[in-house]
Design a protein around this ligand. Structure first.
Ligand code: HSE
Length: 396
């Protein structure tokens, strides 16, 4: 079968290289001959051995009956959404590395794939090169997953590591992450937490079977974390990581949140540095399971797209366990349904305002568990006489 690769950027070019250079390995894993059939991009291909595969005409791909799978690596909602929808409606599998598309349109595209007995797969959309999505819908499908917590953005983890372990400036660390092909075209999606938000929305929707929309997930990035936060947290035995978390509450609703969080130094998540991602899954039958690997970059991410191409080509028909519903009711938990402890730093002594808080350093405290409203009230009270400098949840 022919594979059509849409988009010849960082990830798309990696997918083409693997299909071109490791054609026999890919074919043998798929159990049938698989070859690079088309490469669609707005720019012509330069200096690549597969330049004759170039097209800018998507209809040529759609009308070729030998194209079995379309691999979308363009990013963003359009034209990626229209291309994938048409491919599925025309009986072709679609695979993608595009987290924005999967988080926003996943339920609809999965339902179209099911109706046309083909597959819509997205291993590369979360965790870069870590095999994560497939174990979740296959090996752990009946494990009774209750909680997911992960470092899901390579760029911000790289920046945090460089800034706080090696003293690199923010702009230099970001610019290195861009040069290494880790950052989004608009890196504010990384830094402000939106990329992690889309990824936890995808994991949550897949694991619990109902769409959790990115807009329903409270999201904060790393832009407010200071060197003083990191230094004080470290003195108290914690690292600060940008965490994406989701957990199913007893009423079936999902509590999800993206924010910097204090992680105890003995947690496996505390030792995840540079571009690495890690996802900790808690399940009834297995207990804790940890996935770890490179979360961004050309070849790790391309490797996950190739894994989906192989899966799609070797599977006869639609994989039923890759699915979630677009429910009429929101899957998100109500505000204030979860309480957690916060690390707070202030510019004056606030011991008198705090009930059962632990003073962990000069003008730094870990509160008792507080819900959203309670931490807001505390913040207001502290700001009446001075300033709350930081409030960072503690991951437990
Ligand atoms: N910008 C993303 C990251 C790319 O840094 O994790 C991989 O999804």
């Amino acid at each position: 079968m022919k594979i059509a690769v849409l988009g010849h950027g960082t990830v798309g070019s990696g997918v083409c290289e693997i299909l071109w250079n490791k054609n026999s390995e890919v074919s043998s894993a798929a159990g049938k001959p698989v070859e690079l059939g088309y490469v669609l991009d707005i720019k012509e291909l330069e200096n690549v051995p597969y330049s004759e595969k170039y097209t800018k005409d998507f209809s040529a791909i759609l009308s070729d009956p030998e194209v079995g799978t379309v691999a979308e690596c363009i990013g963003g909602l359009e034209p990626a959404y229209s291309y994938i929808k048409s491919a599925l409606e025309n009986g072709k599998n679609a695979v993608t590395s595009n987290k924005e598309l999967v988080a926003e349109k996943g339920a609809e595209l999965l339902s179209i794939a099911r109706a046309h007995n083909v597959n819509f797969l997205f291993e590369a959309s979360v965790g870069g090169g870590i095999p994560l999505i497939r174990p979740l819908y296959s090996a752990m499908n009946a494990a009774g997953i209750t909680e997911i917590a992960g470092i899901l953005n390579g760029t911000t983890n790289y920046i945090l590591t460089k800034m706080f372990r090696f003293g690199t400036g923010y702009s230099e660390a970001l610019s290195d992450a861009q040069k290494l092909g880790y950052a989004e075209r608009d890196p504010s999606a990384d830094v402000l937490g939106w990329d992690s938000c889309r990824k936890i929305a995808i994991l949550s929707s897949l694991v619990w079977g109902k769409t959790l929309k990115p807009s329903e997930i409270p999201t904060e990035g790393i832009d407010k974390i200071s060197a003083d936060d990191v230094k004080t947290a470290e003195q108290c035995g914690f690292s600060i990581k940008l965490l994406a978390r989701a957990k199913q509450l007893s009423d079936g609703k999902i509590f999800a949140k993206v924010s910097p969080a204090l992680v105890k130094n003995d947690s496996p998540l505390a030792t995840v540095n540079d571009v690495f991602n890690a996802v900790l899954i808690k399940a009834e039958t297995t207990g804790e399971v940890l996935f770890y690997g490179k979360g961004a970059g050309k070849m790790p991410t391309a490797s996950s797209v190739i894994a989906d191409i192989i899966e799609a080509e070797k599977t006869d028909g639609n994989i039923k366990s890759v699915f979630w519903e677009d429910g009429a009711q929101s899957a998100a938990a109500e505000k204030d349904s979860v309480s957690e402890r916060y690390f707070i730093r202030t510019d004056y002594d606030v011991s008198a305002l705090l009930l059962k808080a632990e003073k962990v350093s000069d003008l730094a405290y870990i509160t008792n568990p507080l819900n959203d409203s309670e931490i807001s009230v505390l913040e207001e009270k502290i700001n009446e006489h001075g300033k709350l400098l930081s409030k960072i949840p503690v991951f437990e």
